[in-house]
Ligand binder design. Structure first.
Ligand code: MCA
Ligand code: AMP
Length: 467
């Protein structure tokens, strides 16, 4: 069977090269290869076959890396799951993905699916998927409330990462400090797999904390919240950031103010890029040439990007083929461009600026939140007639979730708010509303459709309360 280019290139890195540091221990490319073989052997022994789907709900760590390498080696399709998700959030994903096995530290979330804590044991690498086979199935917050499955192929990854690395001049001697959670495209594909493809080195951390970076680190990828939280340290100890050759931001807009403040403190301009789970990366600022704060740069090689009636649309080899298991043909135009739902405009130099969203989506700390999903959960609370959810600007997380609630009169305001907070506990932390307001009626259009953008503008929300 033909081995995907990605895997051939991963296996070609000299076994003695340093690949990954986790909890102070260095692992070479040879070690990772052995870990992948061992894990693939164990997966095969417990009955996983090439092409089967294996869900991985793990926080950053060696187990997560082993799980991915094992699935890569065996040719199983990874289904990365957000490690913060609660039972009600994993249920629709498990239903749609139907994994044969879930690798997780929280088996109680999966009462009807086979789970296992972590891999082990050795066996030879045997099976390989074809180059266009699906290597991962990522679920992204659907604007309808139900997460949508995005099949990502080896070919999408290789095309996109090659274009990105060419743009960023990423080289095998580079060292990426990876603090992003490795269950979103940003951390998993750009971070972990990007480094493995290139033969670079990853210093993996459990999470981002605004501490001095490891001195060996040359590269850092983050969401805007990371840079905002880092600013005080950058201003106090700019020397700690001297080793960085490149800091990249994405997943949400980095304000020009923060980018300028980072530049003023460290002498380095953060490079902003723009992408989606469905498309991997669409545009990027240049490494050489002008990095323009407040823009997301120009199309990556291979991508055709256009703005039609204010919406960014993209076509190219890194764009997925359609949602799974429920295809949505309206996601594409007749001539095959994917509709991002993001509002954009070109500047005078051909750099793209993201100016808003045409889709109902709140992005909290770089994490997509579907207002419809939150509304559905909150509507179960006692005392609620109806509820509308929107995003409000937040200095730390860019946006936070807010809920406007119409009472049904069966409980007091206090009881209803308590019931709402209790219901929200069924959601992972970033989806829980930080602000609630009681209103007489929700803004709707003439057809009765909820107008969430108007909630943010028209409703006066009391100051933040604990989630
Ligand atoms: C934390 N929580 C989360 C997540 N992280 N819930 C859902 N998803 C998450 N990723 C929950 C915790 O369980 C906790 O709930 C509550 O939020 C607060 O957690 P804490 O760790 O204190 O939060 P924080 O320090 O404020 O963390 C916020 C963060 C973090 C540092 C911004 O969320 C983060 O690292 N975000 C990066 C997300 C990312 O990688 N996005 C890329 C996707 P409880 O209170 O119950 O304990 S976008 C993408 O991939 C596209 C392709 C792109 O363009 O990049
Ligand atoms: P996801 O569905 O998690 O892949 O998130 C993709 C969405 O994140 C995009 O559709 C945009 O709305 C947003 N996004 C990603 N990068 C940027 C950026 N640099 N600036 C503004 N929004 C971004």
């Amino acid at each position: 069977m033909v081995r995907p280019a990605f895997l051939s290139r991963f296996l070609a890195h000299a076994p003695s090269r340093l690949a990954l540091r986790w909890e102070g221990v260095d692992h070479t490319y040879g070690d990772l290869r052995a870990l992948g073989e061992a894990t693939a052997g164990w997966l095969a022994e417990v009955g996983v076959r090439p092409g089967d789907r294996v869900a991985i709900q793990l926080e950053n760590g060696l187990d997560l890396v082993a799980a991915h390498l094992g699935c890569m080696a065996l040719g199983a399709v990874r289904v990365p799951m957000n490690a913060h998700y609660r039972a009600a959030e994993v249920a629709p994903i498990v239903e749609d993905a139907a994994p044969v096995l879930v690798l997780t530290g929280t088996p109680e979330l999966y009462p009807h699916t086979r789970t296992a804590p972590a891999p082990g044991r050795a066996a030879p690498l045997g099976h390989w998927a074809g180059p266009d086979d699906i290597t991962a199935l990522l679920f992204t917050s659907g604007t309808t409330g139900r997460p949508k499955g995005v099949p990502q192929t080896w070919a999408m990854w290789t095309h996109n990462l090659d274009a990105l690395h060419a743009r960023w001049h990423l080289a095998p001697d580079d060292v990426l400090w990876l603090t992003l959670p490795c269950f979103h495209t940003h951390g998993l594909v750009l971070g972990l797999h990007g480094a493995l493809l290139r033969g670079a080195r990853v210093l993996l951390s459990e999470r981002f904390d605004p501490i001095p970076p490891p001195p060996e680190a040359t590269h850092f990828y983050g969401v805007p919240t990371y840079y905002r939280r880092w600013l005080p340290l950058m201003q106090e100890s700019p020397a700690a950031f001297r080793g960085f050759r490149l800091m990249v931001s994405g997943s949400d807009g980095l304000s020009a103010e923060v980018n300028d403040a980072v530049l003023a403190a460290t002498g380095k301009r953060v490079l902003e890029r723009y992408g989606m789970t469905e498309t991997v990366m669409i545009t990027s600022n240049p490494y050489e040439g002008e990095r323009k704060a407040g823009t997301v740069g120009t199309p990556l090689e291979g991508n055709e990007v256009r703005v039609v009636e204010g919406e960014v649309q993209v076509r190219g080899p890194s764009v997925f083929g359609g949602y799974w298991p429920r295809p949505d043909p309206s996601a594409f135009t007749a001539d095959g461009f994917f509709r991002t739902g993001d509002a954009g405009e070109w500047d005078e130099d051909g750099y793209l600026r993201i100016v808003g969203r045409k889709k109902d989506l709140v992005i909290v700390g770089g994490v997509n939140v579907s207002p419809a999903e939150v509304e559905h959960v909150l509507a179960q609370a006692a005392g609620v007639r109806e509820v509308g959810v929107c995003g409000l600007p937040d200095a730390d997380l860019n946006e936070v979730v807010a809920a406007a609630v119409v009472l049904d009169g069966s409980c007091s305001v206090e009881q209803t708010l308590a019931a709402l907070r209790e219901a929200a506990r069924g959601l992972s932390g970033l989806k829980r509303p930080r602000r609630y307001a009681v209103v007489e009626a929700l803004p709707r259009n003439a057809l009765g459709k909820l107008q969430r953008a108007r909630i943010a503008v028209e409703v006066v929300f009391p100051p933040p309360s604990p989630s």
